[in-house]
Design a protein around this ligand. Structure first.
Ligand code: NAP
Length: 264
């Protein structure tokens, strides 16, 4: 795949670039000569992906950082202020755990909002301004089918991904006036280390591979505001179904099926 380095390079910033979908995106970008700033908490997987990027002929910087930290933007600026960032791929995103909302601590609830909502918004604002000044660039915000209807056991995450979609739609219109692409990707069941750690192991071939998600994401950067992974198209189309109760029940059945019925 050839990604336009002139428009989306020379550097990409990828929070959540150390494994799964984010790592695959960094490798694909390296193949087009686009360098990456990889951000995640665990240093070892970060260094491993950085080395792979370098082996493919591109440059890589790493930043070990929890995206929910209060000084997140300052830390990211320390490693990006001296480079031209043409692409932001905000891949980091998760529910800290599953289970009934009222049994979560309020701190865990707020962490989900910081990672998924505050993180996306802060970096879209910071890098979006600079891209608009240059009249080019791209912003990719990872979403989820969980963001299109209530998803019991991960309701804060679900609400955060709904925010991401609506936010991306408006941002897509605003930034296209400046030559900057915005894409919200409705990711579906994907086999990643993060999901395994959450205890979600997809059954009956429900999960796709990270490489596939990365490839389609990059192929569709300019096809915003929303790209729905093909496997999720039928579920997404149900949005037109006015029966919100049935949609939520369907999502509950899905999560129970994939957590062996032990979601609490
Ligand atoms: N996998 C699925 O089935 C699925 C379904 C729907 C939507 N999505 C969305 O797709 C995106 C990526 O999927 P994924 O998480 O399954 O796999 P992934 O691509 O492996 O992403 C996880 C990455 O995010 C980093 N990360 C997680 N929490 C972080 C934090 N607090 N601060 C900094 N980095 C953090 C992880 O590294 P560290 O752990 O070392 O920090 C890792 O690099 C997410 O936005 C997710 O919501 C995934």
């Amino acid at each position: 795949m050839n990604i336009d380095r002139g428009k989306y390079g020379p550097w990409a910033v990828i929070p959540g670039g150390s494994e799964g979908i984010g790592a695959c995106i960094a490798r694909e970008l390296a193949g087009s000569g686009i360098n990456s700033v990889l951000i995640a908490r665990k240093p070892e997987p970060l260094e491993q992906v950085a080395q792979e990027v370098r082996n493919l002929g591109a440059e890589a910087r790493t930043l070990s950082l929890d995206m929910t930290a209060p000084d997140m933007l300052d830390r990211i600026r320390e490693v990006t202020d001296d480079i031209e960032v043409g692409l932001l791929v905000y891949n980091a995103g998760a529910s800290l755990r599953t289970g009934p909302f009222i049994e979560w601590s309020l701190e865990d609830v707020n962490q989900v909002i910081r990672l998924n909502v505050v993180g996306q918004t802060t970096l879209a604002h910071h890098f979006g301004r600079r891209m608009a000044d240059r009249g080019k660039g791209g912003i990719v915000l990872m979403g989820s089918l969980a963001g299109v209807a209530g998803s019991p056991s991960v309701i804060t995450y679900s609400g955060a991904k709904a925010f991401s979609q609506i936010f991306s739609e408006g941002l897509w219109w605003e930034l296209k006036q400046h030559g900057v692409d915005v894409l919200h990707v409705v990711v579906g069941s994907t086999n990643t280390p993060a999901m395994e750690r959450l205890g979600i192991v997809y059954k009956r071939g429900e999960g796709v591979e990270s490489e596939w998600v990365a490839k389609l994401t990059l192929e569709n950067i300019a096809n915003g505001p929303v790209f729905v992974m093909p496997e999720m198209a039928e579920g997404f189309a149900q949005l037109t179904n006015p029966d919100r109760r049935a949609l939520t029940e369907g999502n509950a059945a899905f999560i129970l099926r994939n957590t062996e019925g032990t979601w609490d």
